[in-house]
Design a protein around this ligand. Sequence first.
Ligand code: 13P
Ligand code: SF4
Length: 337
Amino acid sequence: MTEVLEIAKKSLFKKGFLDMDIDPTLDLVEEINKLKKVKNAIILAHYYQESEIQDVADYIGDSLGLSQKAESTDAEMIVFAGVHFMAETAKMLNPHKKVVLPDLNAGCSLADSCPAPIFKKFKEKYPDHVVVSYINCTAELKTLTDICCTSSNAEVIINSIPSDKGIIFAPDKNLGAYLIKKTGREMILWDGACMVHEIFSREKITKLKHRNPEAKFIAHPECEEHILEMADFIGSTSQMLKFTQEDESCTFIVGTEAGIIHQMELASPDKTFIPAPPENNCACNECPHMRLNSLEKLYLSMKYELPEILLDDWIVEKGRKCIDAMLDISAKAGFKA
Ligand code: 13P
Ligand code: SF4
């Protein structure tokens, strides 16, 4: 009976439906570290994961760093503490390895805002254009993309495209608008956005700045233009982290998902970090997708090697090209994980 129950639970967990009961006396960190060794597994975590996940990770980084690490790892199993498109990217780079995501429902509003079949029709209107997609998109969208980019390397990627070529940029209209300003290139933008970065309140940030005149406001380029206009620094998560370490200011208002503050505090324990306030009084500056992962689910995903990311061969073959193109340009430009 116990065995049948175990199989049933495993099957539900595989589909991402169940947070299985775990012995509450178990030291999860110790168990996770044991599983890492036994299974030759690596835990890759994004900065937006909860602190206790970041603390057990082998590598914590932004989307570019995570892709570079996924590409270079010798581990047999990749445990991706992030969202679905990140784990899919790791799988495309490692089609013969096992890639697991602690919660299969950890999606991304930005990736969801650009369904591949609709984008395909949109793209047909501009047959001579190069398609650049932000890595926050589905594997299927990557099959319709020429070059991927992340917020770290987006400017370099756009500048690598011959100036006489038209560009379609998908799916993030905010990052796209920011890049048009930075590079001076005209681009056709897909109308997508991230639900977390569209929630910041200009009025509340203005008040915070007024109350903390010494504070610097730092923002992620997924934020809307009226928020970016107020920023003292704009960059990817890893660039924001680096800025807080190198800048002489002692206080920072952080305009991105609040999970990154954990690494900022670890790196600069004497500095103060204030999460940029959202429009409502909710915890909207925490990504509901990223936060579906938990230490418990991470442990279970390693123990059962589930839920696994599985992709059709044609998606891997076709979708990988735009990731390889991005990694190539990034390596030549000196980006290292
Ligand atoms: P980066 O960490 O690459 O800046 O991306 C932020 C993000 O929204 C990931 O989902
Ligand atoms: Fe997607 Fe935004 Fe969450 Fe990043 S923060 S995973 S872009 S919804």
